[in-house]
Design a protein around this ligand. Structure first.
Ligand SMILES: N[C@@H](CCC(=O)N[C@@H](CS)C(=O)NCC(=O)O)C(=O)O
Length: 213
């Protein structure tokens, strides 16, 4: 049986999982969910209770992968036609770690600054900006974060930078992070991302599993 991917279109962690599944051409049955109404089938297999979750359903392997990065690495280990793993894995994971555990927290506060009135939105933006400046130093040297080709790090990180940019687009556009802006636009406009952002009916409502990609 094909693996089942529990996904949520707008979740950046689910985006990175879908991107890796798409590039590696691993066929999954996608169940689009709503975060507020997680299906019992998902809650039964995932103590983490976060999205995305991949249920392997293999004869020899019934594992459940409930971390987006695990799903990416699983897919790319099966097939990596565009060589997303062709860079220093340790360095890529270190940068992704900063994204997931430092930048993401500031991004959430910047996005939802009204929920964190102890500081101003500008303060939260400035904290998050450290990471944008770090990405700019990578992108001055080459087109993508670790080489002139897309790697795991680009695809794991850009869905979060897309969110950051869209909080205040005019502000982001007037910043000096020119290489980040170019990089982000290229990735947002890429065919693979467009495909991964297609809208699907919610599985709980429609009962419809989508064959993805
Ligand atoms: N470390 C997890 C984080 C995933 C995550 O936090 N996903 C969010 C959605 S974007 C979620 O499911 N939050 C739980 C909720 O909102 O109920 C991963 O990389 O997969």
């Amino acid at each position: 049986m094909q693996p089942i991917l529990y996904s949520f279109r707008r979740c950046p962690y689910a985006m990175r999982a879908r991107l890796a599944i798409a590039v590696s051409q691993q066929t999954v049955r996608l169940r689009e969910i709503v975060l507020k109404h997680k299906p019992k089938e998902l809650l039964a297999i995932s103590p983490n209770k976060t999205i995305p979750v991949l249920q392997l359903n293999d004869n020899s392997d019934n594992s459940v992968l409930d971390e987006s990065l695990e799903i990416m690495v699983w897919a790319l280990s099966k097939n990596d036609p565009e060589q997303w793993l062709n860079a220093d894995l340790e360095k890529m994971l270190a940068l992704i770690d900063i994204n997931d555990y430092e930048f993401k927290a500031w991004l959430d506060k910047y996005k939802y600054a009204d929920r964190y009135p102890e500081n101003s939105p500008t303060y939260y933006r400035q904290q998050a900006e450290d990471f944008i400046a770090l990405l700019e130093t990578h992108l001055i040297k080459q087109q993508y974060l670790f080489s002139n080709n897309i790697t795991l790090a680009d695809m794991a990180i850009f869905p979060f930078i897309r969110q950051f940019a869209s909080v205040d687009k005019p502000w982001f556009e007037q910043t000096g992070y020119n290489n980040v802006k170019l990089w982000l636009n290229k990735l947002i406009e890429s065919d693979i991302f467009t495909h991964c952002m297609k809208k699907y009916p919610t599985w709980l409502v429609s009962g419809e599993e989508i064959t993805f990609p």
